[in-house]
Design a protein around this ligand. Structure first.
Ligand code: ATP
Ligand code: MG
Length: 323
């Protein structure tokens, strides 16, 4: 799976990304301040990493995040990208970033009602505890974006919804309020920009981190989140932002509340996996089967289409395959 990159040490392998610490060419010591963040072509669906990669997916996610980091410059304090000048074997799909202490919360905001938000609304009339007007249906636009955070579950487990008070318990009231405001602003600005390009961003997940150097912390020192003054440090936007993996993108011209929406994301692949053609039983422990070529090609086309529709640029950064 993860590749060897000369001059770098692999420190984490996630569902989709690998993190490497650069090594000092003279001493071999790790650079603790930076990371090489590499997006592979792996696809996850229904909590499984599929055995078939989708070519160029990692490059699309990386390039689209870079474009959004620029667009969001005046919405966030800072983003984590330091340089796009990366080793040739991961060109196009990797960036050097500031190595941050990641806040232990998945910051989700929803502008439209669907998925887990819809399930809660149907049961309680709320989303993440926030009361909503009656009569909303699958795909309804919410009166305003709602922050619906969740836990960061360990690999193999589901993220669980976390009430806002739970975020306050984890990171303190000041940082919790800041995470909420930043997340909602990112989704609002994202939707202003996407609307001109025929896309609705139904919901999205972002991650933030703090720079240990700004906190005066050394490697291994623990953070007391509640003691952090969010006005005195950058709450840095990290990971990926407003991509088809982290967000639900819908086609605006086909949007029709009251039924599932036409989306840009992995729907093609999910539909195939749950169809009789795949022969896969989602409820079983069995891993999903390999994807047929046409499903891979359609999925790749969806990712590229999302990139091109949003940025208005052709996708010209194919990267060598990486699974
Ligand atoms: P998921 O995306 O579903 O939450 P994951 O952890 O498997 O799960 P990947 O995208 O594969 O996700 O891995 C990327 C990892 O890198 C995440 O754990 C993320 O928190 C971390 N990360 C992203 N940016 C930074 C950064 N600037 N500093 C430190 N860690 C980062
Ligand atoms: Mg991730």
């Amino acid at each position: 799976m993860a590749m060897q990159i000369p001059g770098h040490e692999l420190i984490y392998s996630g569902k989709v990304r690998e993190l490497y610490a650069p090594l000092d060419p003279a001493t071999g010591a790790r650079d603790e301040g930076r990371l090489l963040l590499v997006a592979s072509d792996r696809v996850s669906a229904y909590d499984h990493i599929l055995s078939t990669p989708v070519p160029d997916k990692g490059a699309v996610l990386t390039q689209l995040s870079l474009w959004w980091f620029d667009q969001l410059a005046d919405v966030v304090d800072a983003h984590h990208v330091v340089s796009t000048d990366v080793p040739a074997e991961v060109a196009g799909r990797a960036v050097y970033v500031r190595r941050l202490r990641m806040l232990p919360v998945e910051c989700v905001a929803r502008a439209f009602l669907t998925g887990g938000g819809l399930a809660e609304y149907r049961a309680d009339g709320t989303v993440s505890g926030v009361g909503l007007p009656p009569g909303l249906v699958d795909g309804s636009r919410l009166p305003g974006p709602v922050f619906t955070p969740s836990t960061k579950a360990p690999v193999g487990e589901h993220d669980q919804p976390l009430p806002f008070a739970g975020v306050e318990d984890l990171v303190g009231t000041r940082l919790a309020a800041r995470l909420r405001d930043l997340t909602v602003s990112i989704l609002e600005r994202g939707n202003e920009i996407a609307a001109d390009r025929g896309i609705l961003i139904a919901d999205t997940k972002v991650e933030f981190g703090l720079d240990p150097a700004q906190l005066g912390l050394g490697t291994g020192d623990e953070i007391d989140w509640a003691a952090v003054d969010p006005d005195a440090v950058d709450v840095v936007l990290a990971d990926e932002v407003l991509t088809p993996d982290s967000s639900r993108f819908w086609r605006a011209d086909a949007w029709q509340p009251g039924r599932p929406q036409v989306s840009y994301d992995k729907q093609v692949l999910r539909d195939w996996l749950t169809s009789p053609a795949s022969g896969w039983d989602r409820a079983s422990d069995a891993p999903p089967p390999p994807l047929p070529d046409e499903v891979v090609e359609l999925t790749r086309a969806r990712y590229v289409e999302a990139y091109e529709a949003l940025t208005g640029r052709p996708f010209t950064t194919p990267a060598p395959p990486l699974h």
